[in-house]
Design a binder for this molecule. Structure first.
Ligand code: GDP
Length: 413
């Protein structure tokens, strides 16, 4: 069952948050995948509702006309009881600082590959950057509908050039122009998208694909058993590894970086994005599953847990001048901030007041009263914060990132 975003703002749902980035070589389909995710989650088609006491306001028409998702550094959407904060990762290597900072604030990523080109130079460089930041990833081999698309060749290039063990969890149904679905190898079920259908019809694996699906399920089990003790035990003891064991093992291997779950589809034709969202929820970590953030307090290394009751600490990762006001996007690592609250900018060394707190939902802002550890929000009212600034509790100052040459404030007015 899908739940709406604003049910997910309270502190008990940290485990249901995914701070997600989409990484790709230019042209692999990052924008299309992002748009389809917003569509599949209902983000781009639900407008003007009021949920649970939070008021929802439209963007100014000028901003809406220009397509806010192009400018939004983070967009929140809901999937299967989870809140996914989709964080923009600049595709261009020239924005090295911005890429580094966006990798820093997300907890997991989807790497998108072109099923014809496989791993391209830019996908390799951004993959290495994500390695350095310890960002767990799943892979989405896109454009399976294109002439010359081949999942196996793309997977081979992932293995050879990026070096994690690819753990292929789907078998395509149909090829190139006839690509119409996937067999989910974990649950051994078929998902087929009829022409024009928004969601897949689920059913048994087609007769003619049964042998191939069993062969590939076996390969998946072997690959997982090689890396995971629990799965190996079951693999040796039984004729097949259960779906539950596979999911648990795939989750651990994703989070440790030893393996990469590979899914496939055609974002353009809206095929494969829903199972991709299911995989984001199943395999990528929540803010509770990643190591606590570290910073310097009076020059001494200090750890801050992802705990709403710990002292507040957040990193500003993007500042945009919009008609709505100066928006500062924050990744909250620990503690809680309330609308109207006072924070200390540990880099500028000045106290600031938080005005409104917003969640950006594609074409509108949802106003929220507070943001807690693990969350990504935009705040209005900060005057001095720049990308890279740490905001913290005045009585527990902390610097998360050493001050460097200030990044520009982006104007979208
Ligand atoms: P980005 O540069 O990574 O953001 O890539 P875009 O999403 O802009 O896609 C680049 C081009 O590939 C556009 O012309 C898209 O329409 C096209 N494209 C994206 N996904 C698919 C797909 O699944 N199949 C096909 N055939 N084309 C696609």
């Amino acid at each position: 069952m899908r739940t709406n975003i604003t049910n997910l703002t309270n502190v008990n749902t940290l485990a249901a948050v995914r701070n997600l980035g989409i990484l790709a070589h230019v042209d692999a389909g990052k924008t299309t995948v992002t748009e389809r995710i917003l569509y599949a989650t209902g983000t781009t088609h639900k407008r003007g509702e009021v949920h649970d006491g939070t008021t929802v306001t439209d963007f100014d028409s000028q901003e809406r006309d220009r397509g806010i998702t192009i400018f939004a550094a983070a967009v929140s959407c809901a999937w299967d009881g989870h809140r996914i904060n989709l964080i923009d990762t600049p595709g261009h290597v020239d924005f090295a600082d911005e890429v580094e900072r966006s990798l820093r604030v997300l907890d997991g990523a989807v790497a998108v590959f072109d099923a014809v080109a496989g791993v391209e130079p830019q996908s390799e460089s951004v993959w290495r950057q994500a390695d350095r930041h310890g960002v767990p990833r799943i892979a989405f081999v896109n454009k399976l509908d294109r002439a010359g698309a081949d999942l196996d060749t793309a997977v081979a290039s992932i293995r050879e050039r990026l070096h994690p063990a690819p753990l292929v969890v789907q078998l395509p149904i149909g090829a190139e122009d006839g690509f119409r679905g996937v067999v989910d190898l974990v649950r051994m079920r078929a998902l087929v998208w009829a022409d024009g259908a928004e969601t897949a019809a689920e059913g048994p694996v087609p007769e003619e694909l049964l042998d191939e699906a069993h062969r590939r399920r076996r390969l998946l089990e072997e690959a997982v058993a090689e890396l995971h003790a629990g799965a190996l035990e079951e693999f040796c003891a039984r004729s097949e590894v259960s779906a539950e064991t596979l999911v648990a093992a795939l989750r651990e291997l994703t989070r440790s970086g030893e393996g990469v779950v590979v899914l496939c589809g055609s974002a353009y034709r809206n095929r494969g994005v829903e199972p991709l969202l299911d995989a984001v929820v199943a395999y990528l970590p929540s803010p509770l599953d990643v190591p606590a953030v570290r910073g310097l307090r009076d020059g001494v290394d200090e750890e801050r847990p992802a705990d709403p009751s710990a002292p507040f600490a957040a990193l500003a990762f993007k500042v945009s001048a919009t008609p709505t006001g100066r928006l500062t996007y924050l990744r909250v690592y620990s503690g809680t901030i309330e609308k109207g609250g006072v924070v200390f900018d540990a880099v500028a060394r000045r106290t600031e007041r938080i005005g409104r707190i917003l969640r950006v939902q594609a074409d509108r802002h949802a106003h929220v009263d507070r943001a807690v550890a693990g969350d990504i929000v935009a705040v209005v009212g900060l005057k001095s914060a720049r990308p890279g600034s740490t905001l913290c509790a005045p009585d527990a100052p902390l610097v998360l990132e050493p001050p460097s040459v200030a990044d520009p404030v982006v104007s979208v007015a």
